[in-house]
Design a protein around this ligand. Sequence first.
Ligand code: SF4
Length: 288
Amino acid sequence: MSKYYMIADIHGMCGGVFSALRKLDETIAGADGKTVFVLHELVHNTAVTAEYEARNVCFTDDINAIPGGAIAVIGAHGVDMQTEALLRSRAATVVDATCPLVKKLHDIAASLEDDRELVIFGKSGHPEVTGVAGNSRAGKTFIVASDSDIAALPELKRPYFISQTTVDAARSDTALNLLKERFPQLEYSAGVCDASFKRQNAVIALAKRCPVVIVAGSAHSSNACRLQEIAAEHGAKSFRVDSHEEIPGEILEKAPLIGITSGASTPTRAVDAIIRCLTEHGFVPAQD
Ligand code: SF4
């Protein structure tokens, strides 16, 4: 029996991630051998983090673990302005690798008047959401992740809605519509970034054609996890793997057609390794 694979039209690293990697590379090159400290992970990928750790980069979620006078980088998910100010007061050099699209959400949150309420659709505790919420000048800020969270909101007078950049775009739309029903005066801005949106649309197309979809990306990558969930919602048996070694043996033996995609923080080499693995197990590229 022939076995085939096909690759999502759009997948893999986005512009924001490439920019963050370039900034860290340039910082390492100029560090003269000194340790470079990164506040939070640069991007949410285990292999990328391990690679930089081997190059004398120290990732930490604890700003107090960054010594005075250090060279520091802010990860792509950003931090709130108080944390950035504290970092700048203690580090000798601070390089900001926050994605500009996350910065845009920071600016929106910081521009809200104190008689408003900010509603963020996203995952509580995710660094991006923490940074946006921390920058909010609205009188109240709420983080919602589900219909029931929205139903549980109190009455809001001047609500403003944004979503985390990497959430499921369809779910963000549903949340927005629910909020509009409850609060007709709601104002909002698009939050899901173009890179996430395009990768989600591409995985929907892939899941409609492939009974099995493999998503390359780490378990703590929001956008990779969303791709896996979306593929499953559109009918595919879907798996998220950090590396080809995690692909279930049964899939390699029995799946007739496998779709492959990868998250916005996943290096190309992870997808290349998956393709090599499938090829070794007898898979060939599917013809359109
Ligand atoms: S996924 Fe979107 S917000 Fe996140 S780094 Fe990429 S472009 Fe920026």
